[in-house]
Design a protein around this ligand. Structure first.
Ligand code: UD1
Length: 354
């Protein structure tokens, strides 16, 4: 059997890695790894392949950046001949990025079965490009592999047949569990006992120049109370450079994007994480680290209901208050959601082999 994995952007790599490795334990399987090139900087891509122990992609479509239409269209036209050449039994797509949507569209139109890993998540906010990607990908998929029970309910509500839906747990947590011992070696020396870790990259946040300026000012003020590390996504870096190069950032430590293991080590050691990422909400829930999500909604409600995540909205004043509350000891207890146990990829492979 031939399984073709499609990855494109940073959060895809840690989801595909454990599934790829799990398939390797079986004989009679050929795997093809396609990288669309949606993320292309070494710090956003290559270093993840190296650290996660996955081989370089068999094919890199090198699509790079562009508008959503350009990026999606380029992935589609580059991907179609790849599918025709390899004729896989299954195409596996991960998460909710443009590469996920583009590969699902191409495959389903060619009559190739699609398995969506991380199916069923919904923010119910169609202003997020990822929400559109999730909705369409799930409608097209033949197998919907979900991380949590809310995702099953969303899919059932959208009329997806029950037999296509399988709750398998969270593949990103498979990677986290596997890499946690190794990540300890990547903790920087001389870290302060207390620090906050920040990531912000959602277009809905960082493309709003007034908001970004206010948020950076708030973080900068807070950095007189505790060290704040902020590894900056290229999108956010470009906005900061366009608009605020004149702004004096004092104790706020802006870093380049970090490799997986260093970022994981910092998350584990952080007093609190402030983020608008999806995956970071899940990782902090597993690690039991307080997480303040700078968004008005989340497609990962289990991290709030069960985990340590708090949705604080996007008002920098509220973020500041929530951070001060955590630092004053106002911790929200959390536990690990069902099936976030390091065995999601095992379940996925078992289902696909059957
Ligand atoms: C994409 C995903 C988002 C995910 C994020 C993780 C979509 C719609 N969005 O957003 O869900 O959370 O990845 O990082 O697929 N850039 C570089 N180097 C790179 C990649 C991007 O400089 O390697 C810059 C480019 O200026 C580009 C911008 O970042 O225009 C945004 O990249 P893009 O792939 O469009 O979306 P992300 O914001 O990264």
């Amino acid at each position: 059997m031939i399984f073709l994995h499609v990855v494109g952007a940073r959060p895809n790599f840690m989801k595909a890695a454990p599934v790829f490795r799990e398939f390797k334990k079986h004989s009679g399987i050929r795997q093809v790894l396609v990288h669309t090139g949606q993320h292309y900087d070494s710090a956003m891509s290559d270093v993840f392949f190296q650290q996660l122990g996955i081989p370089a992609a068999d094919i890199n479509l090198q699509v790079g950046s562009g508008t959503h239409a350009q990026q999606t269209a380029q992935i589609m036209s580059g991907f179609e001949p790849v599918v025709l050449r390899h004729r896989p039994d299954w195409v596996l797509v991960y998460g909710d990025v443009n590469s996920t949507l583009a590969a699902s569209l191409v495959s389903s139109k060619l009559g190739i079965r699609v398995a969506h890993v991380e199916a069923g998540l919904r923010s119910f906010d169609r202003s997020m490009p990822e929400e559109i990607n999730r909705l369409v990908t799930d409608q097209l998929s033949d197998l919907l592999l979900t991380p949590s029970i809310d995702a099953n309910r969303n899919l059932q509500r959208e009329g997806i047949a029950n037999e296509k839906i399988h709750m398998v747990g969270n593949v990103m947590i498979d990677t986290l569990i596997q890499m946690l011992p190794e990540s300890d070696k990547h903790l920087p020396f001389g870290l302060p006992a207390k620090f906050a870790l920040v990531t912000l990259h959602r277009p809905g946040n960082v493309d709003n120049t007034d908001w970004l300026k206010e948020m950076l000012s708030a973080l900068n003020d807070l950095s007189s109370q505790l060290t704040i590390f902020f590894p900056v996504h290229p999108r956010t870096r470009a906005r900061i450079e366009q608009h605020y190069s004149e702004m004096k950032l004092g104790g706020l430590k802006l870093l380049d994007p970090l490799p997986y293991l260093s970022f994981l080590a910092l998350q584990k050691a952080a007093s609190v994480v402030i983020t608008d990422s999806g995956g970071v909400q899940e990782e902090t829930t597993y690690l039991g680290v307080p997480c303040l999500t700078v968004r008005n909604n989340t497609e990962r409600p289990v991290t709030i209901e069960t985990g340590t995540n708090i949705l604080v909205g996007t008002d920098p004043k509220r973020v500041r208050k929530a951070l001060e509350n955590v630092l004053a000891g106002g911790l929200k207890p959390g536990s690990v959601p069902p099936l976030w146990d390091g065995k999601a990829s095992e379940r996925i492979v078992r289902i696909l082999m059957a």
